[in-house]
Structures are given as C-alpha cells and as structure tokens.
Write a protein that binds this ligand. Structure first.
Ligand code: C2E
Ligand code: MG
Ligand code: MG
Ligand code: MG
Length: 289
C-alpha cells in the first residue's frame, strides 16, 4: 500500500514537472519568435535631479507587445528567459536599441540630451557571459554613443553568485561605462561591502521609500550617507509623492525616479524638443507603467 502511494506521488510529481518544463519550453519558443518578429519594445523612465528637477538619465524597461496577450511586463518573461541563454539575446537587443535611442535623441536635441545617460538592466547570466564586454563595445560603436553615457544596472545577486562578474565589471568600467547597483537593500550586500564593489551608483529599492515609519526613513538616510562616504551616487527608486521627494531632498539624495516624476513611456510619447522637456512632476495619469 505504501508502495502504491509512493508511486502515485512520483507520477504526480512527474506530471507536474513535465507540464512545467513544457510550459517553459513553449515560452522560450515564443520569446525567440517574438524577438524575430519585433514584438519587444522599450519604455523609458526618467531619472531626475532632486534639487534641480532636471532630466539626468533614462532607464530602459522592456515590454513585450504580445499578439494575443497584449502588453506583457518584464516580470512575466524575464525570469523564464534568465533560465536559458535567451536572456543574453534579449540583453543584446536592449543594449543596441537603447543606445541607438539615446543617440537619436542627442542628435535631435543636443542641448537637452548631451549629458543625459541611458541605463540598461543586465541580468546575472549575461554579465557572466564572456561576450558581454564586446557586445557593449559593439553597441557603443554602432550608436556612436560615448561610453560615459551608458549605465549598466546590475543586482546584488550578480555579485555573490558569479565569480567572473567582478572581472567583467572591471573591464566594463575600464571602457568608461557606469555601473549601478539596482534594488539595493533587498539582497545580502552589507553597507560595509559597498566600498569593495565595482559600482559607481546605488539605487535604493523602492520598498524603502514606501515606509513612512521613522525606522524606514532612517534606513534611507543611512544608505545615502554610506553611499556618499564611498563616493557613490544615489538614486531613490519608486518616488510616488511630493512628500517623498521633499524628504529625499532634505536627506541629500541627489537623484530620483518614480511615477511622480514620470512613468515609463515608449519613445514616441517622449517629447524631445528643449522646451517640452521640462519635468513637471504631475505625470501620474499616463497609461503606461
Ligand atoms: P527595476 O530595474 O528595478 O525597474 C524599476 C521597476 O519599477 C520598473 O518595473 C518600473 O516601471 C517600476 N517603477 C518605477 N517607478 C515606480 C513607482 O513610482 N512605483 C512603482 N510601484 N513602480 C515603479 P518594470 O518595468 O515592470 O520592470 C520590473 C523589473 O524587470 C525591473 O526592475 C528589472 O529588474 C526587470 N527588467 C526590466 N527591463 C529589463 C531588461 O531590459 N532586461 C532585464 N534583464 N531586466 C529587465
Ligand atoms: Mg533597473
Ligand atoms: Mg530597481
Ligand atoms: Mg527590480
């Protein structure tokens, strides 16, 4: 009897595993097809100077315009792509597309975009791949963008899991590219480790902004102070209210990103002329994000 039960469980497990593997294989096939069919697009979210309210950077965020499912957010396909080498293909496409976009904006409005940078999210597996440095060099060459205008956003997991990540980050920074540590505070990196990491900028995870408790605010203050002590720039993610922005200004956090300052939007909805470029901080009604 025990045997029958045991075997039943094994079969159930097999069936569930098989279904999961099939679903993943299907998604991978669909992603590959979507890449070839041009179904992916980038939305761009502004990063703003807190004191000046000036546009400082854009973060490129991928979306999948799926023929049946509509606009699919990255959380629904990036994790699957990260299971395979597909994430490197996606990352290449994002690098090439984002650098070309900033280059185009710079040509259209040199005064308004000459100092603006473009941030691209790079997955752990892509950072570990031997070809990333050459791919970044290629994207810069093809777009004509200076290396200093490109920011690569990596997460803390990268730094722990990949022994080659550190070497690749060194090579990338030697090119003149900026490296930003995304979602800081959600992983295992301690503040003390910051000075040893190959990064230039810290992005404080949006969960810390949410907290209205004194302890949460003290943590933001602490992260900003530590970042400055180690000569890192700081971006606060997920700014949704004027109050949060005011608090960041008091704390001395110089850069901010969030729905209050601008939602991610496709390039065609982003005005590029110098007069239209001013950030109003009221962009909360846009449909994207
Ligand atoms: P992330 O890099 O931390 O990006 C910030 C996410 O927070 C974005 O979600 C953005 O739309 C959202 N966000 C920005 N401001 C606010 C706000 O004020 N409130 C709230 N609630 N959310 C805000 P999105 O676009 O869905 O991207 C989610 C994650 O997917 C990204 O987190 C990043 O880890 C990953 N991702 C996005 N694009 C790419 C890509 O091209 N390549 C890779 N490898 N990962 C990507
Ligand atoms: Mg990011
Ligand atoms: Mg983040
Ligand atoms: Mg994230």
């Amino acid at each position: 009897r025990a045997k029958v039960n045991g075997r039943g469980r094994v079969e159930m497990f097999d069936a569930a595993l098989r279904a999961e593997l099939e679903a993943r294989a299907r998604l991978e096939t669909e992603i590959r097809h979507g890449l070839a069919a041009g179904e992916f697009e980038l939305h761009f979210q502004p990063v703003i100077g807190v004191a000046t309210r000036e546009l400082r950077s854009y973060e490129a965020l991928i979306r999948w315009r799926h023929p049946e499912r509509g606009m699919v957010p990255p959380g629904e396909f990036i994790p699957a792509a990260e299971e395979s080498l597909l994430i490197c293909e996606i990352g290449r496409w994002v690098l090439n597309t984002a650098t070309k976009q900033l280059s185009a904006w710079t040509w259209q409005d040199p005064a308004g975009h000459g100092d603006v940078t473009m941030a691209v999210n790079i997955s752990a597996r892509h950072l570990a791949s031997r070809s990333l440095v050459e791919e970044v060099r290629h994207a810069l060459r093809e777009s004509g963008l200076e290396a200093s205008r490109l920011v690569l956003e990596i997460t803390e997991t990268v730094l722990l899991d990949e022994p080659t990540a550190d070497a690749h980050l060194r090579d990338l920074r030697a090119l003149g590219v900026t490296v930003s540590l995304d979602d800081f505070g959600t992983g295992y990196t301690s503040i003390g480790q910051l000075q040893k990491l190959q990064v230039d900028t810290l992005k404080i995870d949006q969960s810390f902004l949410r907290s209205s408790e004194p302890a949460g605010q003290a943590l933001v203050q602490l992260m900003v102070t530590a970042a400055h002590a180690f000569n890192l720039d700081v971006v606060a993610e997920g700014v949704e209210t004027q109050e949060q922005l005011d608090r960041l200004e008091r704390i001395g956090c110089e850069l901010a990103q969030g729905y209050f300052l601008g939602r991610p939007k496709p390039a065609r909805e982003i005005p590029v002329s110098p007069t239209d470029r001013e950030v109003t901080g009221t962009d909360v009604t846009a449909a994207n994000g």
